[in-house]
Design a protein around this ligand. Structure first.
Ligand code: PSU
Ligand code: MN
Length: 335
């Protein structure tokens, strides 16, 4: 079955290391250039554990140099737990699956000069030869193109507060509804409307699970007050769920919410008052569209005096640890 997997991958990619170009096949069947890091393409062709990581968190989610330090530390956690990390971004118009140290550094120093690249932005960034930091939706698209099943991040986008009026619903949700990938994260921040986010995920057919709890986590705090339909308690249980989803060919994704470790959780009260103030500021400053999320993340961090950034870093590492273990368990199942 390893040979079969290799053939499957070859069908999607021209694994020519010298040219280091891959002809990825998008759902419409057209070919584009994708650069897969040698370590990642080798792991994929051998059916080994691979974990995708997003890059908007690096460019827009954290300040320099903590963004670079965190990106490197998260990759190290993935490796220490037996999987190969594949940080995904677009550099010079070419989607990259797996970044070198230099490329990570470039992205981290570009910061918000890299374009925040959701699904809708991918074609534009590629066409212009630009640099794009992929969001959860953008990363899912590229990861699933090369056959990666597991993706770790801090938090997903969701339905914004008052989304029932603004219609501001992150494409992370619709894209997870049409991509067979598992996103392992600490839930969604309460800058968002969590109950409506869960309703929307249900409509999209996304399987929402929580790790060692029955409650959907709220990023900075373990508790959101919202129950989830599935509970998983071990990496092996996560892997079985992912494998069943693949075998059923549902075509939709899985969200596994991992509560922030107790010792790093920030007082809900501190965060909540910072969030309310930050949301008020978006209105005062006429912040709209895809600038809202980066603005809120930055303001919440500033208003909490960096407390939220420290929690953020700790929870991403925690998610990466579980994500790598799940990837290893899944690779064993699929052998
Ligand atoms: N939420 C976080 N941290 C993040 C993001 C969201 O707690 O870094 C980023 C992710 O890249 C996510 C994107 O995919 O913001 C969602 O943006 P929007 O709300 O504009 O869809
Ligand atoms: Mn939006």
């Amino acid at each position: 079955s390893a040979a079969l997997r290799l053939n499957n991958l070859r069908r999607h990619l021209d694994l020519d290391d010298t040219a280091n170009k891959a002809a990825g096949v998008n759902p419409a069947g057209a070919s584009i250039n994708v650069k897969v890091a040698p370590e990642v393409s080798e792991a994929l062709s051998l059916g080994r554990a691979v974990v995708a990581l997003e890059s908007t968190i690096i460019s827009h989610g954290m300040p320099y140099p903590q963004n670079l330090e965190t990106a490197k530390a998260v990759e190290a956690v993935v490796r220490d737990n037996g999987a190969v990390p594949a940080t995904i971004a677009i550099l010079d118009g070419v989607p990259r699956i797996g970044l070198s140290g230099e490329e990570l550094e470039r992205l981290a120093t570009l910061g918000t000069k890299a374009q925040k690249t959701a699904r809708r932005d991918i074609a534009y960034v590629v066409a212009r030869g630009g640099n794009g930091a992929t969001t959860v939706s953008g990363t899912m698209f590229l990861a699933s193109m090369v056959g990666i099943h597991i993706f770790v991040t801090g938090g997903m986008g969701g339905v914004h507060r008052q989304g029932e009026y603004t219609m501001d619903v992150s494409s992370d949700l619709t894209h997870l509804g049409r991509t067979p990938i598992a996103v392992i994260c600490a839930g969604v921040k309460s800058i968002l409307d969590i109950p409506r986010t869960l309703e929307y995920l249900e409509t999209q057919g996304v399987c929402v699970a929580a790790y060692k709890t029955n409650e959907f986590p709220a990023f900075f705090t373990a508790s959101s007050g919202c129950m989830v339909p599935c509970r998983v308690d071990t990496p092996e249980e996560c892997a079985s769920l992912i494998e069943a989803n693949i075998k059923l060919k549902l075509g939709s994704g899985i969200l596994i919410g991992v509560p922030i470790p107790q010792e790093h959780s920030t007082s809900g009260h501190i965060i909540e008052s910072a969030i309310n103030k930050a949301i008020k500021e978006t209105k005062e400053n006429n912040i709209s569209g895809n600038a809202i999320t980066p603005f809120l993340l930055d303001r919440v961090n500033a208003l909490t005096g960096g407390v939220s950034l420290a929690s953020n870093i700790a929870l991403v590492k925690n998610n990466a640890q579980l994500g790598a273990k799940v990837a290893v368990a899944l690779a064993l199942l699929r052998e």
